[in-house]
Design a protein around this ligand. Structure first.
Ligand code: NAP
Length: 255
């Protein structure tokens, strides 16, 4: 383990997938403040450039790395760029798509698309990252799961299956990569105000449900997820691996 203060990420390359917006952007902001060189990802390069400009304006070290995580060739090209930049120390596997429909509505192609993005891509990204982390005997992989990987609701079987898969993958990779100095953990967000949740956040019924169903009784702000990611991405988490940390205002611990 490098001899660094616990939350100092100075000079460490951190790839945060899906970080031009949403929870990924909030994580990028905090990791950049901790000194990481953050690689901003999304499919739209203009949105990546805009996020990089905002981070650089706040004195962060940020670089755009646009690619679709579901595209294997594009992923390999991106990892070649990271290797040239000295290799990756931190992966935040954040991209995840929702497709919430009842069981009969799912075709095989719908299911495969969701699994490609939400489970197969994170697996491949972890694999490519571990190859760069192993030679230096140090790495941190933080998978962004969901409370849907822990508890379930009707009409969400595909997403729930993928996120439960992420949780299992987290534990298995922690066991496999631990001897190489790579810690693998997951964060399971509850209800956060990001663009995909805009309609739900505007729906008084959802907010009313949160008031009773969670201990804190409210929506989370994206900046409230980022500190958990920073902890698990940092040297401070030296003895923490294979864990699923719910950051959900007490949604999964309260009834
Ligand atoms: N928000 C919540 O309440 C909540 C709750 C539980 C779990 N989560 C999980 O947290 C993660 C982030 O959620 P979020 O709400 O922040 O999502 P989001 O707002 O949809 O994330 C948007 C970001 O992801 C990028 N992106 C989307 N598809 C991509 C792809 N195939 N390849 C590369 N980049 C892609 C977008 O850029 P482009 O559009 O340009 O590609 C943008 O940077 C997801 O895994 C989600 O399942 C969120």
């Amino acid at each position: 383990m490098p001899d660094l203060p616990p939350f100092d990420l100075s000079g460490q390359n951190a790839l945060i997938t899906g970080s031009s917006d949403g929870l990924g952007y909030a994580a990028a902001e905090l990791l950049a403040q901790a000194g990481a060189h953050v690689w901003i990802n999304g499919r739209d390069s203009a949105r990546c450039d805009a996020a990089v400009a905002k981070l650089q304006a706040a004195d962060g070290k940020a670089f755009a790395l646009p690619f679709d995580v579901a595209n294997e060739d594009a992923t390999d090209t991106a990892f070649a760029t990271l290797a040239q930049a000295g290799g990756l120390s931190i992966l935040v596997n954040n991209v995840g798509m929702r497709d919430r429909r009842a069981l009969p509505a799912f075709t095989r192609d719908d299911l495969r698309r969701l699994m490609d993005v939400d489970l197969i891509a994170p697996f491949r990204l972890a694999q490519r990252s571990a190859a760069q982390m192993t030679p230096r005997g140090y790495g941190r992989i933080v998978n962004i799961s969901s409370i849907a990987g822990i508890i379930a609701q009707s009409g969400d079987a595909a997403y729930t299956s993928a996120k439960a898969g992420i949780n299992g993958m987290t534990k298995a990779l922690a066991a496999e990569l631990g001897p190489q100095g790579i810690n693998v953990n997951a964060v399971a967000p509850g209800y956060f105000k990001t663009a995909p949740n805009a309609a739900a956040a505007a729906d008084p019924a959802v907010t009313a449900k949160l008031q009773t169903a969670s201990a804190l009784g409210r929506w989370g702000e994206p900046a409230e997820l980022a500190p958990a990611i920073l902890f698990l991405a940092s040297p401070a988490a030296s003895y923490v691996t294979g864990q699923i940390l719910a950051v959900d205002g007490g949604y999964t611990s309260h009834y």
